[in-house]
Design a protein around this ligand. Structure first.
Ligand code: COA
Length: 198
């Protein structure tokens, strides 16, 4: 189980969602839909308040049940603005395996936000949840997300054929893994790069 308080990185605050995040979440999604619908199965052209409300409700109950942990990403100097989502959830509690997922508001991409937020979530995954292995699944062709995985030191382990249906098409995904000993060995580099606070 995770405590509900905020987590910080050099530029960011990551915290659990609250119901009053609805407007800022809807704004961020609306500003980003063409990019989100390309890669994420839940995103669709008409995504709006109703979808965001369902997400928020599920996010709060998933956190309470210890099933999945979604964080809203905020800039420390602009906390009312939703920059994106980063989440960690269990694949197997018994084997201590989890998965991380993220999306960043289109106006804020290519500023290392996904990399910094994911570095912080990996601390949560390995230190707080005690995971042994964390995976990312990345749609074929999503070079931006592959770069995030590469920068953080994940290993590309293979190809999952037709893993998810996106826009009515079955899309291959690569699977990337990071082990706890690899994370602990890399942590000083994350600090050096400015993605984690020492
Ligand atoms: C993919 C995504 C999360 C990246 O977020 P971000 O905050 O821009 O990521 P970062 O800035 O930390 O790193 C992105 C890297 O990818 C590179 N990149 C981004 N788009 C690229 C593209 N189309 N082609 C090649 N490289 C690309 C950037 O240059 C950067 O690499 P660099 O630091 O070596 O220059 C964001 O674009 C996004 O949310 N996309 C839509 C949803 C999505 O794909 N989610 C992930 C599903 S697995």
């Amino acid at each position: 189980m995770l405590t509900g308080g905020p987590r910080f990185s050099p530029r960011l605050e990551l915290r659990p969602f609250r119901r009053r995040d609805l407007d800022s979440l809807v704004d961020a999604a609306a500003d980003s839909l063409p990019d989100l619908t390309k890669w994420l199965p839940w995103a669709h052209a008409g995504y709006g308040r109703r979808d965001a409300l369902v997400f928020l409700r599920d996010s709060v109950s998933a956190w309470g049940e210890g099933r999945a942990f979604d964080f809203t990403i905020r800039y420390l100097d602009n906390p009312g603005f939703h920059v994106g989502n980063v989440s960690v959830w269990y694949i197997s509690r018994q084997s201590r395996v989890g998965e991380v997922g993220y999306w960043i508001r289109s106006s804020e991409t290519r500023k290392n936000v996904a990399t910094e937020a994911t570095a912080r979530i990996l601390e949560v995954a390995f230190h707080e949840l005690g995971l042994h292995r964390v995976v990312l699944r990345i749609a074929a062709g999503n070079r931006g997300s592959e770069r995030v995985a590469e920068k953080l030191g994940f290993t590309r382990e293979g190809l999952l054929r037709e893993e998810l249906q996106i826009n009515d098409e079955w899309i291959d995904h690569s699977i990337w893994g990071l082990l706890e000993n690899e994370f602990f060995a890399r942590q000083p580099e994350y600090v050096e790069a400015g993605w984690l606070t020492a």
